[in-house]
Design a protein around this ligand. Sequence first.
Ligand code: GDD
Ligand code: MG
Length: 407
Amino acid sequence: MLIEVPRSTERLGSVRIHTLQKILELDATMAEAEALPIPKEEVATVRQITIKEIESIEREMAIVVPIRNEELKLFEGVLSGIPHNCLIIVTSNSDREPVDKYRMERDTLAHFYRFTSHKSMIIHQRDPSLAKALKTGGLSKILGKDGLVNSGKAEGMIIGMILAKFAKKNYVGFIDADNYIPGAVQEYVRNYAAGFIMSTTSYVMVRNSWVYKPKILESDVYFKKWGRVSEVTNKYLNSMISSRTKFETEIIKTGNAGEHAMSMKLAEILPLASGFAVEPMELIYLLEDFGGEAPSMDTDAVKEGVGIFQIETRNPHFHKEKGSEHLNEMLLAAMGVIYHSSLCNTEIKKEIIKELIAQGALTPDGIPPKPKIYLPLKKLRFSQLKEELEKIKTAKPEERTLELFGL
Ligand code: GDD
Ligand code: MG
């Protein structure tokens, strides 16, 4: 892969946010002997990353695929796009009745494994044994009134992160299950690897920014640059940073980046927000805790610094359209985390309210919801959690939803 180096970097306390990086060439097969005459690192404007480097990261990476009632054809395509050396972790919140969609996903994964030997696992988010394990581990907040894990993409991500930690992976990335283009999935994962290779700190996050999110307009494809929610989230995250530094910035291009990845070291210290508030909250937490205003408890991460890479994909993002109500829910969740952040001043709060009312996402007397924040993995009682999860592995097949393939 040939990728431009970040043109600039915004430094806030110990957080370094790099500008959006473009990929110049997707292919990474260039042999070392025929490497480009790239100048020394300190003057180079592009970075060459070999397939060997990418593969070595992929071996240490788990890809979590959260899924809820997606078409099986899409799910199968997504699986085929994930590089072979990455462990696949599917966390499903699909219906079990009247049709057992989870069972169909499990069978699809089993079939995929039979033909590819791609190491993978799947679990249902609302498995009672999983709820018990999380409760024992100290994460009762993730359980609803029914005693099972709450619905939500973030909840699926957290389960995936825990399983990735058990599998001793050093990196964890997320890929949505509703992507129409398997080749795009492959690129997205390789971009994660590229970010990890470029990083100088072990506390690192890589966020993909989709080059286009095409829409069908008057029976033709229109290559739209930004999604409705992303545009607004990026705007207010940037306003918040600008108000802090007193220099206007447009550095954030990945406020809602669903397709993103982290080093396990960073994933372990990050408290995640519920549902679709999760991606903007990751940035806000890093800015609040490591951005210089309040000293963080994690001195190791402060010393080493936290790096955030934003990579512009070459493949556009074609995914299942889920309607405007879904977008409003996502917008409200994203604005909620910004609105309730200690870095958000009254001026920005007023603007957020105005924006949400104009978009029809809030009534004139409402305020955006305060996000529910979960404990970071590091704060959990891991050995107890592990013990409970091990029990699920050995339970009778008809009583468990955790299935391991090739592990
Ligand atoms: N495990 C689990 N549990 N997965 C879920 C749940 C849940 O409760 N709800 C949704 N998912 C899965 C979906 O099946 C899909 O694979 C993925 O999470 C993303 O959900 P979508 O419903 O497709 O969201 P989106 O496409 O509107 O939004 C995506 O892009 C946004 C940025 O534009 C998501 O990745 C967002 O998180 C992201 O902010
Ligand atoms: Mg989607």
